[in-house]
Design a protein around this ligand. Structure first.
Ligand code: MLC
Ligand code: AMP
Length: 492
């Protein structure tokens, strides 16, 4: 059972699956079926079998979609990695996941070489072109059989300790979430999604690719988000989805008008809080009320404001089909209506657990199987969820997660630094920005640009502080814990 084979009834052969920004057909459903089958056959010939793990760190291209589908079909566990991750981060992931092979771009091969056997590093464009050479129509892919509980993918999410954890997502999770979202957003085969998100996170990879796939609809596929290009292509699209930064940037385009959105059925936002002002400005300019939804790597999508019915400002909506949500208050009891608490989620969409963290299961899940999200919220009398903060110490910058600890570890390793505290502060474009507050050793001199330069080859660049402040000491409470709330108040 896998999402791809499950979707096949949606595959009207000649229907375009992937379209270029110029609306040219790159792959019809028949073509994508054939070519992803060839790639699956090629991977099998290289000795990859279902249950094997592969890393995929590649720039966004049509070839990644082919590779992703080939893996779904053959049961190979797909592990996408943000293209901004550098050697240190990749070395950690490699030691943790021990992938059988790494698939990357030509330019990145040497980053993996110090800790991966050269013969285990494959170049994406070569895999696709070698596979395509077996273009004979007689070569038909024989689907592998595996259970819906088998892992389809593993996505790394960071933790409060700063060490990323691999969330194992099953084929059943993907199917359940795609089906629930189909109902929530009334998706149909007539839809044309304008896809501008990266394909190494759940948003662009699962929501952005699986929904069109299960419905036999088309995707206009952009290699990168550009507000100018998106606004230009909106008139050909029926659905657009993005992180709040996309909407902020689109608002500054004069070509964004009611007319440019005339074919759009729904705009969807998620991954980070959408400011009410952005929502209002967008409605004024386009006539469309953005539908905000809430999800996470471990669960896929959980809630969405309804397509028909009331979209409550500031709310991330109602649980989608098959998802249960509840809040748990500070005393550890299930919250009353409207009472704040940590949000817990249960459903077929929720992952089975983290890679190699079985012993922490009782920390991650409640006894009755709800996943503890680390998000704080309240649920009103009509079941709408309002997110109000995070229990986890997390910064979300332009839809990308940064755990302060990860950045503090890098800053503290610099010889000039005595200690540091990393906080998130508001940013007009990214929503939140990474800010470092640093105490230097007595004799050390270091300014913002020197600090940033020293961090550049150590950590992905979106995690590098956009702002740096220096203090003589960090404020601490009686327990010795750094009072980040004081720092946030002082520097915001
Ligand atoms: C890029 N940069 C960022 C950044 N993105 N800095 C902070 N936060 C970000 N998000 C930095 C780069 O490191 C680089 O720094 C400089 O900005 C220019 O890089 P760029 O790649 O040209 O930037 P740009 O194209 O403008 O990218 C910004 C963005 C992109 C917002 C378009 O980050 C993006 O597409 N974000 C979406 C992420 C996403 O898909 N999230 C979903 C997660 S899933 P320098 O120093 O090198 O110049 C999830 C669950 C759910 O959360 O519910 O969906
Ligand atoms: P990730 O770990 O990258 O999957 O990020 C998941 C986190 O993004 C969630 O736990 C939330 O904190 C946050 N998030 C996702 N959607 C929204 C939203 N609509 N509003 C606010 N925060 C969100």
């Amino acid at each position: 059972m896998n999402l791809y084979e499950n979707s096949k009834e949606g595959f009207a052969d000649s229907k375009p699956f992937l379209l270029s920004p110029n609306f040219e057909v790159i792959y019809s459903y028949a073509d994508i079926d054939h070519v992803s089958g060839l790639v699956a056959t090629h991977l099998a010939e290289r000795g990859l079998v279902s249950g094997d793990r592969i890393f995929v760190q590649v720039e966004k291209s049509v070839n990644v979609v082919v590779l992703y589908l080939a893996c779904l079909r053959s049961g190979i566990i797909y592990i996408p990695l943000n293209t901004q991750y550098l050697k240190n981060e990749l070395e950690f992931f490699t030691a943790d996941a021990r992938p059988k092979i790494v698939i990357t771009d030509k330019e990145r091969k040497n980053t993996f070489e110090p800790f991966t056997k050269s013969s285990n590093i494959l170049i994406i464009d070569e895999i696709i072109s070698i596979s395509e050479k077996i273009k004979s129509p007689e070569v038909k892919y024989e689907p592998n059989e595996f259970s819906g509980d088998a892992a389809a993918a593993m996505l790394y999410t960071s933790g409060t300790t700063g060490k990323p954890k691999g969330a194992i997502i099953s084929h059943k999770n993907l199917i359940a979430n795609a089906q629930a979202l189909t109902h929530a957003w009334n998706w149909s085969q007539d839809d044309v999604l304008l896809h501008a998100l990266p394909v190494f996170h759940v948003h662009g990879l699962f929501v952005g690719l699986n929904l069109p796939l299960v419905n036999g609809s088309s995707i206009i596929y952009l290699d990168k988000f550009s507000s100018q290009e998106v606004v230009k292509i909106l008139p050909k699209s029926t659905v657009f989805m993005g992180v709040p930064t996309y909407y902020v940037r689109m608002l500054s385009e004069s070509a964004l008008t009611k007319d440019s959105c005339r074919k759009i059925r729904v705009f969807i936002s998620g991954s980070a809080p959408l400011l009410e002002q952005t929502s209002l400005d967008f409605k004024k300019k386009t006539g469309h009320e953005i539908v905000e939804r809430y999800g996470m790597t471990e669960t896929g999508m959980n809630t969405s404001n309804p397509l028909q019915g009331l979209r409550k400002p500031g709310s991330v909506g109602l649980p989608i089909e098959g998802v249960q949500i509840r809040a748990r208050n500070e005393s550890g009891c299930i919250s009353e209506e409207g009472e704040a608490g940590e949000i817990e989620v249960k459903g077929q969409n929720v992952f089975a657990g983290y890679w190699k963290r079985e012993e922490y299961r009782s920390k991650d899940f409640t006894e009755d199987g709800f996943f503890r999200t680390g998000d704080l919220g309240r649920i009103d009398s009509e079941g709408y969820l309002f997110l109000i903060g995070r229990k986890k110490d997390l910064i979300i910058s332009g839809g990308l997660n940064v755990f302060p600890k990860e950045v503090e570890v890098v800053i503290d390793s610099l010889t000039e630094v005595k200690e540091s505290a990393v906080i998130g502060l508001p940013h007009p474009d990214f929503g939140e920005q990474v800010v470092a507050v640093i105490v230097l050793k007595e004799t050390a001199g270091l300014d913002k640009s020197a600090l940033i330069n020293k961090m550049k080859n150590k950590i992905a660049s979106f995690k590098i502080p956009k702002e740096v402040f220096f203090l003589d000491e960090l404020p601490r409470n009686a327990m010795g814990k750094v009072q980040k709330n004081i720092l946030r108040e002082r520097f915001s």
